[in-house]
Design a binder for this molecule. Structure first.
Ligand code: RBF
Length: 339
C-alpha cells in the first residue's frame, strides 16, 4: 500500500516535471556544400533556415561551410552527425542525399533535410527537388528570343551554357529544359555547353564565356555558383548579354547585362520545411519522403521586375510571359518524377 502510494506520487511528480519542463530548444546545422557567399541557392538556404528558427522559441542555427573540396564533405558531415548536437542538418544540392544516407547509417538518430535533391525511402532524410526542366525552359526561351534576333540585332542562332561540372540535375533537367525553351523560341538555334571544372574560378569562367561569345553565342547562362560572375563580367566587357539562375541577384551584378533570371524559391521552401520538421520532431512523416515542386506551385519562377528585363522589346516579353503563364497554369507541363 505504502509502496504503491510512493510510486504513484513519484509518477505524478515525474508527469508534472515533464509537463512543466520547456521543450528542448531545437538546434539546426546548415551544411553548405561549398561557400555561402556568391551561391544564391546557398544564401537562400541559410536565410530560410534562420527565418524558421526565429519563429521557434530558443531555436538556433549554425552555418557550416564545407568548402569546395568535395572529397571532404562526407567526413565533415559525419563529424557533425556524430556530435549529436543538432536536431536537424539542412543542406542543398543533388550530391548530398547520398552523403546524408551514409552518415545516417552510422548515426541513425540524426535527421536531414536536403533541398534541390532527390532520395525517396530513407527514414532519416526528407528531400525536395525543383522542377528544373521548367526553370531551364524559362531562360532557354529567352535565349531563343535573343538568338533569333527578336531582342534586336542580327540572328545568330547560337546560345551557350557554362556549367561548373556535369551532374544529374544539370544533365537531366537544367540543360534539356534550356534546350527545349531555346528551340521553342528559335527552332534553328544550337546550344554549346562548356564545363568549367569548379564552382569558384570566375577568371576561367570569363575566358570560356569569351570563347562562346566569339563563336557567336547571343547569350550565355552560367550554372557555376560564384564563378558565374565571370560570365557576367565577360558579357559586360563585350557589350553582350547573360542570363542568371536561382535568384534575381544577377540583375544587380551588372545592370543591363543580365536580361533575365529564372529563380527557385529556395528561401521559402527551406523556411517552410525546416519549420514543419522542427515542429513535428524526429518522427515527422516527411522523413522518408521525396517531393518535386515547380512553377505551378510557385517554387520555380521568372523574376521579371528588373529594368534590364523591362527594356526588352514588348512583343518578345509578351511571348516569354505567355510561356511562363502556361507553365504556371499547367497548360504547358514537363513532369519530373525524380533524378
Ligand atoms: N551551386 C552553386 O550555386 N554553388 C555551388 O558551390 C554548387 N556546388 C555544387 C556541387 C555539386 C557536387 C553539385 C551536384 C551541385 C552544386 N551546385 C552548386 C549546383 C546547385 O545544386 C544547382 O544545381 C544550381 O545552383 C542550379 O540551380
Amino acid at each position: 500500500m505504502r509502496k504503491a502510494l510512493v510510486c504513484s506520487v513519484g509518477m505524478a511528480i515525474a508527469a508534472l516535471c515533464a509537463f512543466a519542463a520547456p521543450p528542448r530548444a531545437p538546434k539546426v546545422c546548415v551544411f553548405v556544400p561549398g561557400v555561402e557567399s556568391g551561391s544564391p541557392g546557398y544564401e537562400q538556404m541559410a536565410a530560410g533556415a534562420r527565418k524558421a528558427a526565429a519563429e521557434i522559441p530558443g531555436a538556433s542555427v549554425k552555418v557550416v561551410e564545407a568548402g569546395y573540396n568535395q572529397s571532404e564533405w562526407l567526413g565533415k558531415l559525419s563529424a557533425i552527425a556524430a556530435s549529436g548536437e543538432f536536431d536537424l542538418i539542412v543542406s542543398s544540392n543533388p550530391a548530398l542525399p547520398e552523403l546524408c544516407a551514409q552518415a545516417a547509417d552510422s548515426f541513425p538518430k540524426q535527421r536531414f533535410f536536403v533541398s534541390d535533391a532527390w532520395l525517396p525511402g530513407n527514414p532519416a532524410i526528407h528531400t525536395v527537388l525543383y522542377n528544373q526542366l521548367e526553370q531551364g525552359y524559362m531562360v532557354g526561351y529567352l535565349a531563343g528570343l535573343a538568338s533569333s534576333g527578336k531582342l534586336g540585332g542580327a540572328a545568330s542562332h547560337k546560345a551557350g551554357i557554362i556549367v561548373a561540372q556535369r551532374y544529374p540535375s544539370f544533365d537531366k533537367l537544367i540543360e534539356p529544359g534550356f534546350l527545349k525553351g531555346l528551340k521553342a523560341a528559335d527552332p534553328a538555334a544550337g546550344l554549346e555547353t562548356r564545363v568549367l571544372g569548379n564552382w569558384y574560378d570566375a577568371t576561367k569562367a570569363a575566358e570560356l564565356a569569351n570563347g562562346l561569345f566569339d563563336a557567336g553565342a547571343a547569350v550565355i547562362l552560367p550554372i557555376a555558383g560564384g564563378a558565374g560572375q565571370g560570365v557576367v563580367s565577360a558579357a559586360k566587357a563585350k557589350g553582350r548579354r547573360a542570363l542568371w539562375f536561382d535568384d534575381d541577384s544577377g540583375y544587380r551584378l551588372s545592370p543591363g547585362t543580365v536580361i533575365g533570371c529564372a529563380v527557385m524559391r529556395q528561401d521559402r521552401l527551406v523556411y517552410e520545411r525546416v519549420r514543419a520538421l522542427l515542429q513535428a520532431g524526429s518522427g515527422s512523416p516527411l522523413y522518408g519522403k521525396a517531393e518535386v515542386v515547380g512553377a505551378k506551385d510557385g517554387y520555380v519562377d521568372f523574376a521579371g521586375k528588373d529594368p534590364a528585363y523591362a527594356a526588352l522589346p514588348a512583343p518578345a516579353r509578351a511571348a516569354l510571359e505567355a510561356e511562363i503563364a502556361r507553365l504556371k497554369s499547367g497548360a504547358l507541363a514537363f513532369p519530373v518524377s525524380g533524378l
